[in-house]
Design a protein around this ligand. Structure first.
Ligand SMILES: C[S@@+](CC[C@H](N)C(=O)[O-])C[C@H]1O[C@@H](n2cnc3c(N)ncnc32)[C@H](O)[C@@H]1O
Length: 357
């Protein structure tokens, strides 16, 4: 038997006029059985869509909803759930800043909504690879882009590194601009991004600017692309001098003092603020550092810079942190040092999420 969207929706709509709870449940159970017995290939994904926006049937979603319907105790509640499923299958309700279908919000169970992110495995699919020392795991931009951007939106990453953000942008159908100081790293990012596929039907523009993000004229740069603003900002700057990316004096890792580092980062926050649309988001990914026996709360100092600019803080996310390659080889040594020195070994970094209002 071929099961189409139309068949499921017709059956559900007919049930809305049935006034007997046992009969409704019987019909719902029949529908569950036919879904279960139908081979996955029998579910017709394209046939008879009710409108262009319709989702193709995903049996696990429908089956779960139908099970909930068949376990409900009152006719009124049963019909409420049937109506909800009809909506979920036939209407798309999205918000202003992403493409999530809120009528089917339960399906996005891989989207994190808690402030503690524990991610143990780096996504190495497609063009992603962990080869660039100091890159972030792709799940960070993936989570953020899906929640805070729509397809065809423009995303700016002023510390592009090996291109992780723009790889995700391309995959998700978002346009991306990345700024990277070091020519060889910009080249690496370009290679990586070129290897990625755009998995959507939106055409995507990816622009890599080899330059200093503290000095760039952002308005001019985006005007050249024919746009006046961007819809999402993501920054993953050096965590001051923790990793020496280069000897270049404009590299944030070479800032002479914490004050200098914060001034440079502050200037990027300042310059990019004006090109971000109102009611849109900015994510800052950064960790703390240890120096001369003291924990330096680099993350919170940097957060303060964004607050001073006028951003509204929406979340402080704590993400677990895999040891850097250097520290991994010295795990025991760091543990010993921690025990002797009265401190804890870093295992987390922050994602500060701000909104421009
Ligand atoms: C933490 S890494 C970003 C890694 C990136 N998220 C990724 O996944 O590959 C920081 C990057 O900022 C770059 N950088 C440092 N100072 C910069 C500046 N003034 N302008 C532009 N890029 C800069 C470094 O070369 C480095 O590649």
């Amino acid at each position: 038997m071929i099961i189409t969207n139309t068949y499921i929706l017709d059956t559900l709509n007919n049930l809305l006029s049935v006034e007997s709870l046992p009969l409704v449940k019987e019909k719902v159970n029949e529908l569950v059985s036919s879904l279960e017995s139908a081979e996955a290939s029998d579910i017709d994904e394209d046939c008879s869509p009710l409108n262009d926006n319709i989702f193709f049937p995903e049996t696990s979603y429908i089956k779960n909803e139908l099970k909930q319907i068949s376990e409900t105790q009152t006719l009124e509640r049963t019909k409420y759930y049937i109506q909800r499923l009809v909506k979920g299958l036939s209407e798309i309700r999205t918000g202003k800043i992403n493409d999530l279908n809120l009528n089917r919000w339960k399906e996005y169970d891989d989207l994190i909504t808690d402030s503690l992110w524990v991610m143990n495995k780096r996504d190495k699919s497609g063009a992603h690879n962990g080869n660039y020392w100091g890159n972030f795991i792709p799940q960070i931009p993936n989570q953020l882009l899906r929640r805070f951007t729509k397809q065809n939106d423009w995303v700016l990453d002023p510390f592009l590194g090996s291109g992780t953000t723009l790889i995700e942008c391309k995959r998700l159908g978002r346009n991306g601009i990345g700024v990277e100081l070091l020519p060889e790293v910009s080249g690496l990012a370009e290679e990586n991004i070129n290897r990625e596929k755009n998995l959507t039907d939106s055409s995507v523009i990816t622009k890599i600017i080899n330059g200093d993000s503290t000095k760039l004229n952002y308005k001019e740069a985006i005007n050249e692309l024919g746009i006046k603003s961007v819809q999402f900002l993501i920054m993953h700057p050096p965590y001051w001098d923790i990793i020496k990316f280069s000897e270049d004096e404009n590299d944030l890792c070479n800032a002479k003092s914490i004050e200098d580092f914060l001034e440079l980062l502050g200037s990027v926050i300042d310059k990019t603020y004006s090109i971000l649309d109102k009611n849109r988001f900015f994510a800052l990914v950064i960790g703390d550092k240890y120096s001369k026996g003291e924990w330096i709360p680099l993350g919170f100092y940097s957060m303060q810079k964004a607050l001073e600019k006028g951003y509204k803080l929406k979340s402080v996310i704590v993400k677990n942190f895999d040891e850097t390659k250097g520290k991994r080889n010295q795990k025991e040594l760091w543990r010993y040092r921690a025990l002797v020195g009265g401190f804890y070994v870093f295992k987390h970094e922050y994602i500060f999420l701000f909104k421009k209002e």
